[in-house]
Design a binder for this molecule. Structure first.
Ligand code: HEM
Ligand code: HEM
Length: 178
């Protein structure tokens, strides 16, 4: 495979950082909502909010990097290429909607929002109805993202089993021949 057919290293680095962060956030989100009220729950929520805002920053950076260095042309053609493009577009859309909805849900609570300990300016007065609305959006988007990520990983595994070079171009040279 020629170097031109691989993703550029910043795109690869951001992809894998974001994959790890998003999986952590999904796990943390589902666990923290079941914790009893107390210090552990507050700490988990604070960490989730900080990591979620970081995830938003990463996806914004990723979209800028994608603009500056566009991905290699798809290996597949026709329907499969269109399906992959739609799935990737949906992944990006959810990666934007999810943190924005989480941020807005939190903004309408009486609690101060912090980014790794630094208090952020308040943008709204507490409002239970708005909080419930954005919590709902956040919940639905989180499940949609989880389902899409499962499909995405299944597709990556299928490509790897076929050894068609799709997984290899998202990995640094020499790490994989799949
Ligand atoms: C939360 C986890 C993940 C998210 C949100 C995610 C998101 C994305 C997105 C948006 C793209 C499109 C890149 C572009 O062209 O702009 C992509 C590509 C890719 N991802 Fe993931 N990904 C995740 C996890 C994984 C995992 C675990 C694997 C492998 C097991 C994987 C393998 C790939 C591969 C091989 C491509 C390149 C596809 C191609 O060249 O057509 N991803 N990913
Ligand atoms: C990619 C980023 C994010 C992911 C993957 C994610 C994922 C999740 C998940 C899976 C849940 C549990 C859903 C439920 O059962 O209700 C959750 C809950 C929550 N998330 Fe996020 N989240 C992200 C970003 C954010 C951000 C940026 C904030 C706020 C700044 C935030 C605030 C919250 C809050 C407050 C809850 C609890 C909602 C409740 O109590 O019902 N999230 N998140």
């Amino acid at each position: 495979m020629s170097a031109g057919e691989r993703y550029a290293w910043p795109a690869m680095l951001l992809h894998w950082l974001q994959a790890a962060l998003v999986l952590w956030l999904l796990w943390l989100g589902w666990n923290m909502v079941d914790l009893p009220k107390g210090a552990e729950r507050s700490a988990a929520y604070a960490l989730h909010k900080s990591l979620g805002l970081l995830a938003f920053g990463l996806v914004a950076l990723r979209l800028v990097v994608r603009r500056l260095s566009p991905p290699p042309a798809p290996l597949a053609a026709g329907r499969e290429a269109r399906l992959a493009a739609v799935a990737h577009g949906l992944l990006y859309a959810l990666l934007l909607v999810l943190p924005v909805a989480g941020y807005l849900a939190s903004a309408f609570t009486p609690y101060a929002m912090k980014f790794f300990g630094v208090e952020l300016p308040r943008i709204a007065a507490p409002d239970e109805a708005m909080n419930a609305l954005f919590k709902r959006v956040h919940f639905v988007a989180a499940w949609a993202l989880a389902a899409l990520v499962a499909l995405h990983v299944a597709a990556a595994v299928r490509h790897a089993l076929r050894r068609d070079g799709t997984l290899a171009r998202m990995l640094p040279g020499g790490l994989s021949r799949n």
